[in-house]
Write a protein that binds this ligand. Sequence first.
Ligand code: UDP
Ligand code: MG
Length: 325
Amino acid sequence: MNEASEKVFLSMVIPMFNEEANIEELYSRLTKVLDRMQKPYEVICVNDGSRDNTLEMLRDLNKKDNRFKVIDLSRNFGKETALSAGIDFTCGEIVIPIDADLQDPPELIPEMITKWEEGYDVVYAVRTHREGETWFKKMTAAMFYKTMKKITHLNMPVNTGDFRLMSRQAVDALKELRESHRFMKGLFTWVGYRQTGITYSRDPRFAGKTKWNYYKLWNLALEAITSFSYLPLQWSMYLGLGVAFLSFIYGFYMIINTVIHGNKVPGYPSLMVVILFLGGVQLFTIGIIGQYIGRIYTESKHRPLYFVRETLGLNYGNDYQQSPL
Ligand code: UDP
Ligand code: MG
């Protein structure tokens, strides 16, 4: 535990991947808001295998202001894991993850804390506008939330990111979930407790580029669905049943037709259509089953979520190798 462990009120967690251009602005905007709170806080910056100057800048930051602590992961693990690593190291009474690119305005934090004081365990920030994002991204995001709501039993709040306040109780619950396929927004919701939202309009990135492309977003959506629902497996079963039923009717029709009219045409086209269709349906359903089996495979290995190369300001020693759990 770090020196001021009992006293820390708020822990911020910031996953960072090539964010050198944002660090200074982030520091000034964040400290401005947090200092006003007049309570002890810590900011845990997780360097997620950046290939630019992020780590060096974080080192300097930690020297200048030791409330800014650093976790350097052994490689790039992706945002969800970097965030989990940061959360594992927090000791504050409340924890707030935030993006490094200032798309989540730190100015919202006091409002979140007010809600927490009212007795909520999780206060998530709901985006009303998404500046600087294409209509295509907005549309696909909307479709994603709709699908998720329909096919999982999870009532995930629409248009929320990872920017949210969590009480110590909710964080400790979250830390128990060690699955390697991590869809954080789903996990945040899954732990339950008293949750509420506040609204804000999402700003464009301050500097740098988003690390998400549509391929990654598609994978994230797959992750979300397969982590929280086995409905696609049920669908593929019904699809198989439906197709089998149709084939049965068609076969019956063929038999009657042959009996009545004899077999005048060899029936090559209908045969091809049926074979191709059945083949397609089979591959599709095997694909769905494969998605789940692949996930069972990775989960069954029980690998640690991440490795830490070095920490600064967190009293775990620089030879620290494992997660605090
Ligand atoms: N991020 C990370 N590891 C990654 C990709 C992103 O830690 O592999 C961090 C990134 O530095 C930022 C946050 O996750 O602080 C959100 O990333 P980004 O802005 O690219 O996502 P978007 O806002 O477009 O959802
Ligand atoms: Mg962003």
